[in-house]
Write a protein that binds this ligand. Structure first.
Ligand code: IVH
Length: 667
């Protein structure tokens, strides 16, 4: 390849990779498999190495970070970065809307509603479409130059693309870490014996303010833009909504939750709706932000003491609170793992009264130096079980250390700990009633055999009264047996009996998951099913064969192998099969009826759960995502569908009600 051909190819590859990045991060619609992306990326890297004269600091290869700085330089923002006034209750929201309406002399205002991400504000300057520099908010006038770090964040374009690229634009937004990224990072930190982060915000801050941008490059940071500062360009913006939509067209990620709202009433609805979904979002928010949408009205309203009069942050209750640990108990799980649980002085966190927090394991207790009697910060995060963030040492008075019991608190069997494992376990196995109750609860749970009505309390009763000692016994229960349990009428007993009967028809994947083999979750159960396609093949697989399955390592292979060797397990499984548990033949991936079609499911379906509907679609080769975008092919809606329905409708996406959906499945 001669020099001009190389140059040509470099530009072509840069363009292609930028396009794929945009489809992946901004449109949430990956265009090519990861492996293909990696291949093109490598080709570009190699070409740039052989032709360093064509290396450009905006090439997608230049995101790996560079050598460490001794300190951050200062950058002055072209326009100051302001802060937001807060509303803490509905009354304050009403007052805000009233002020705005009076000042504008308007009966009702069009607002833009968006999530208030809990991360770090940054200001990114683009000139003629190229990323020039980026800074933290700092004091609002000047911030720290974090250009090298910002360039490592894959979702932030180094070059803008599209029509009317401005001469100059300050893009403003929040750098944050998703729950998933946060979890992964902390696991990595633990594995490398580094300090873990208390929450995603701290993790994002710690990752962004690294003098060595190579460290930032290794951290899972995300970015959403919520507005602009200085702007010199051809386009005139009339509304904030238009700004967000234009940013997205230039390839800058914006929040998928932003929405235009009509008047105060819709703002309050938006606040409630997002609040209900707050724990399901993949990132932390501490409120929602409302902005007067029309730029002209914004200008009329102006500013007061460094905050715009045209915007307000309506905050949700905090997710972190202080309380005291009154005791530490130990819970025995399905696999015998002992989990220490802190009993707390009750405290309201994010609107819910919390009395317990998980302490995970003994290592965690030692690392955080948690003792009985300590004052601690408690936090509720994405996955609901509250945890202890840290001890408030300044408040420590009389405390006592906790140690793991030598015997299981439930069955008194010896407690053991394997070399190199953080977890202590009860050695009682099926003879420990805590373990066997948990095993039955797991078997009946939604993602396993999904036996409606067979809840934890009832299972405990059935176990205590000796009606059921393992999962196979469930299929021998009669309505009469069930009626003997507390508060169990004819109707409920008969419903539960029906639910048990219906659970006989299941899928291989669910059945494997339901057995509760250690470390075999949904994903592994699915991988095993897809790989072997057949029950007998799984049961008789050797360790080597099991290790062929994606994501199954030696430890999990051993767990699976050992499980199927145990006499007790063999016996229970034989009885389950005799009781009539069965499944259809595994759909091979060749079923491509809905290949690649993109579905979103919303609202309540009457004939199945959303999860079941999703499984059915996946089995037919469809893709199912959580949010509606321009790439969605179909929206399936049940009762009370909410905003996704409106959005899909406005985007002219095919809408299927439950009947349409059933018809489609039957076809
Ligand atoms: S607008 C002129 N929108 O909240 C208004 N800020 O309390 C300037 N934030 O420093 C900010 N999400 O870091 C705006 N959708 C959003 C936001 C948001 C998070 C942060 C931002 C800002 C702080 C103000």
């Amino acid at each position: 390849m001669n020099s001009s051909q190389a140059k040509q190819r470099i530009l072509e590859l840069q363009d292609q990779l930028n396009q794929y990045n945009y489809q992946y991060y901004v449109l949430d619609d990956p265009a090519i498999p990861d492996a293909e992306y990696d291949r093109l990326f490598r080709e570009l890297s190699e070409l740039e190495q052989t032709h360093p004269e064509f290396l450009d600091s905006h090439s997608p290869t230049q995101r790996v970070g560079s050598s460490a700085l001794s300190k951050f330089e200062e950058i002055r923002h072209a326009l100051p970065m302001l802060s937001l006034a807060n509303a803490l209750d509905e009354e304050e929201m009403l007052a805000f809307d009233k002020r705005v309406r009076e000042k504008l002399n308007c009966a009702s205002i069009v607002y833009s509603g968006e999530t208030k991400l809990d991360g770090l504000a940054v200001n990114i300057l683009f000139e003629h479409g190229q990323l020039v520099h980026a800074a933290t908010r700092g004091d609002g006038e000047t911030g720290e130059n974090i250009t090298q770090n910002i360039k490592t964040i894959a979702s932030i374009p180094l070059v803008l693309k599209g029509n009317h690229i401005p001469q100059r634009i300050e893009v403003r937004g929040e750098v944050f870490m998703t729950h998933e990224g946060f979890k992964k990072l902390n696991q990595q930190q633990l594995a490398n014996n580094h300090k873990t982060f208390a929450n995603p915000r701290n993790a994002a801050a710690g990752s962004l303010r690294q003098l060595d941008s190579r460290i930032t490059a290794s951290r899972p940071l995300s970015f959403y833009s919520y507005g602009i500062g200085d702007y010199q360009g051809q386009l005139e913006f009339n509304s904030h909504t238009q700004i967000l939509s234009q940013l997205k067209q230039w390839r800058i990620p914006t929040s998928p939750e932003s929405r235009q709202l009509q008047g105060l009433e819709q703002c309050l609805e938006y606040f409630t709706e997002i609040g209900n979904r707050r724990l399901d979002l993949d990132y932390e928010i501490d409120g929602v932000v409302f902005k007067v949408d029309a730029i002209e009205q914004q200008q009329q309203l102006g500013f007061v003491s460094r905050a715009p009069r045209w915007a307000i942050a309506y905050k949700y209750p905090a997710m972190e609170e202080m309380t005291r640990i009154v005791d530490i108990d130990v819970q025995v799980g399905r696999t015998g793992a002992l989990t220490p649980v802190a009993r707390l002085e009750p405290v309201v966190v994010g609107g819910v009264t919390v009395t317990n927090a998980t302490l995970h394991n003994m290592d965690e207790i030692n690392r955080k130096d948690i003792r009985i009697g300590d004052y601690v910060f408690i936090r509720r995060a994405g996955d609901v079980i509250p945890e202890v963030v840290r001890v408030i040492l300044e408040k420590r008075g009389e405390v006592s250390k906790f140690s793991m019991p030598a015997n299981c608190p439930v069955c008194q069997s010896k407690v053991t700990r394997q070399e190199g494992e953080a977890v202590y376990r009860c050695s009682g196995g099926i003879y420990c009633s805590a373990q066997s109750v948990q095993a039955i609860i797991h078997f009946a749970s939604r993602k396993a055999l999904n036996i409606d009505g067979l809840g934890d309390k009832l299972i405990m009763q059935l176990k205590q009264t000796g009606m059921v000692s393992n999962v196979a016994d469930l299929y021998e229960l009669s309505i009469e047996d069930l009626k003997r349990m507390e508060r169990m009428g004819e109707k409920s007993a008969s419903n539960i009996k029906t639910a048990i009967d219906n659970s006989r028809q299941t899928t291989l994947e669910r059945f494997i998951y339901s057995l509760g083999i250690r470390e075999v979750g949904e994903a592994t159960a699915r991988a095993l099913t897809q790989h072997f396609k057949d029950w007998d093949a799984i049961v008789s697989a050797s360790m080597e064969q099991l290790e062929q399955v994606p994501d199954v390592g030696p430890v999990v292979a051993k767990n699976i192998h050992t499980f199927f060797q145990q006499e007790h397990n063999k016996e229970v499984i034989t009885r389950l099969r005799q009781a009539g548990i069965h499944w259809d033949d595994v759909q091979t991936e060749a079923d491509t009826t809905l290949n690649g079609k993109r579905f979103v499911i919303t609202g309540t379906l009457s004939s199945m759960s959303r999860d079941d509907a999703k499984q059915k679609l996946l089995a037919l080769g469809a893709k199912v995502s959580g949010s509606v975008s321009g790439n969605t092919d179909y929206l399936i809606y049940g009762d009370a569908p909410g905003s996704k329905y409106d959005k899909a409708k406005s985007l002219n996406i095919s809408l299927l009600n439950e009947d349409d959906f059933m018809l489609m499945l039957n076809e």
